[in-house]
Design a binder for this molecule. Structure first.
Ligand SMILES: *Cc1c(COP(=O)(O)O)cnc(C)c1O
Length: 435
């Protein structure tokens, strides 16, 4: 007979062993000082705006130079509620299929309730807003990944949340929209009637399709005028800090099975899931390791981007950041990886790529789609189209290892599952064939 108390004790011990008590901040360990956020040379200070719309503790963490930042118990408790630590898998099905001597491990962030890593920072930012006794939080969402993470985090702390969802997604992504509403959040199609900016756009064009930039502007305006706080999904340092829970857990899990990764791989939109997995290794245990950031060739920021100050948001409301960017007005082609269509890249990751600590590669959607199919058919998990970029890189590395007969250990981040993206995959099957 299984003794349930023994099982619970074991599970508790396992969690205690693996779940870190601190996030890791790479800023003091970068090879060069990080260029700070800047205000443009006009009248409105974006940095002051940021200080008014973000929770105070989030601002403090954004600018901290402490190497470790304590995770409050109230946040750790919610991390456990949503399923942290997330599992570390060995991809034996994929290894066999590729007939490779490489050992392939992945951290599965898709095991979290909204299907991706985004809830790691949503829980933290919403908690800090909640502890300031504010009215609620606002944010924007395109495809809906970030919106559903914020909606879930808000429901855990019983805080109101308003998600401005780009009108075209609101109309065409009913599943994500329903998920956000199911968690009790209010979803507003953007442009909306509840902000001045939204109303001004609708006056000129009642059928305005909206954009992420417009949704950000509305979320910020609403936060300013109604005593809400604004929460951000990627790119800024504090978001990357919160995501390091992924890498810190993975480091412990690898230790427990006596493994040390040689190559660490993750996909890159704004850079948060890559930083989450890789930064603890880069800063604390980088000896002999390679780090590979994988982007989309349709959004070629690695190959064609410039390293300069640019706005992180299309509307130009937030402070300028020194980053690798295609320009804030870059219009991405309609690839299915919504999370990788972003024009820029987190400042610390931009610097690490410039300093050649991190290698950057890009793949075309058709190649990524094939990798996603291979992964689904050999491992069972349908990867998010974003995460499938990392899968594609891992397949290439493992095949190279076969050629050279190298027994390397690969660790990658499966940042999300693709079950809510299955219609996108269906479209790709029609576009690219079943092969
Ligand atoms: C949003 C998202 C990404 C891209 O964002 P990063 O900040 O670069 O991590 C990648 N994968 C999934 C599953 C996402 O939802």
């Amino acid at each position: 007979m299984v003794n349930i108390q023994e099982v619970n004790k074991y599970l508790y011990k396992y969690r205690e062993e693996i779940l870190p008590k601190y996030w890791y901040n790479i800023i003091p360990d970068l090879p060069k000082p990080l260029p700070p956020p800047m205000d443009p040379k006009d009248t409105n200070s974006r940095i002051e705006l940021l200080q008014r719309i973000l929770p105070k503790e989030v601002i403090k963490q954004q600018f901290t130079i402490d190497r470790f930042v304590k995770i409050p118990d109230e946040i750790l408790e919610k991390y456990v509620v949503v399923g942290r630590p997330t599992p570390l898998f060995r991809a034996i099905g994929l290894e066999k299929f590729l007939d490779t001597p490489a050992r392939i491990y992945f951290k599965y962030e898709g095991a979290l309730p909204t299907g991706s890593h985004k809830v790691n920072t949503a829980i933290a930012q919403v908690y800090y807003a909640y502890s300031e006794n504010v009215e609620g939080v606002t944010t924007e969402t395109g495809a809906g990944q970030w919106g559903s993470a914020v909606a879930l985090a808000s429901s855990l702390y019983r805080l109101k949340s308003i998600v401005f969802m780009v009108k075209t997604s609101y109309d065409h992504k009913p599943a994500r929209r329903s998920l956000i509403e199911f968690y009790g959040a209010e979803v507003v199609p953007s442009p909306s009637k509840i902000t001045r900016f939204g109303r001004s756009l609708l006056e000129n064009n009642p059928d305005h399709p909206g954009s992420l930039g417009i949704a950000i502007s509305e979320a910020i305006e609403y936060a300013l005028e109604h005593g809400y706080r604004y929460v951000m999904g990627s790119v800024i340092d504090v978001v990357l800090l919160h995501q390091t829970i992924i890498g810190l857990e993975a480091m412990r899990q690898m230790e427990l099975i006596g493994e040390e990764p040689d190559i660490i791989v993750a996909c890159v939109g704004g850079g948060s899931n890559f930083a989450g997995l890789a930064y603890p290794f880069i800063g604390l245990r980088n000896k002999g390791k390679r780090f590979i950031a994988v982007g989309s060739a349709e959004v070629p920021k690695f190959s064609k981007g410039e390293y300069r100050y640019d706005y992180p948001d299309t509307a130009g409301l937030l402070p300028l950041l020194k980053m690798i960017t295609l320009g804030k007005d870059f219009v991405p082609p309609p690839i299915y990886s919504g999370g990788l269509r972003y024009h820029g890249l987190a400042p610390s990751l931009s610097l690490l790529i410039r300093e050649r600590v991190v290698e950057a590669i890009e793949y075309r959607e058709v190649e990524v789609y094939k990798a996603a199919r291979i992964f689904a058919e050999t491992q069972g998990i349908v990867p998010a189209p974003e995460s499938a970029h990392a899968v594609k890189a891992v397949i290439d590395i493992a095949l190279e290892a076969r050629k050279r007969n190298e027994k390397i250990t690969i660790l990658f981040n499966l940042s999300g599952h693709g079950l809510l993206d299955i219609d996108n995959y269906k479209s790709m099957m029609i576009r690219y064939g079943r092969f």
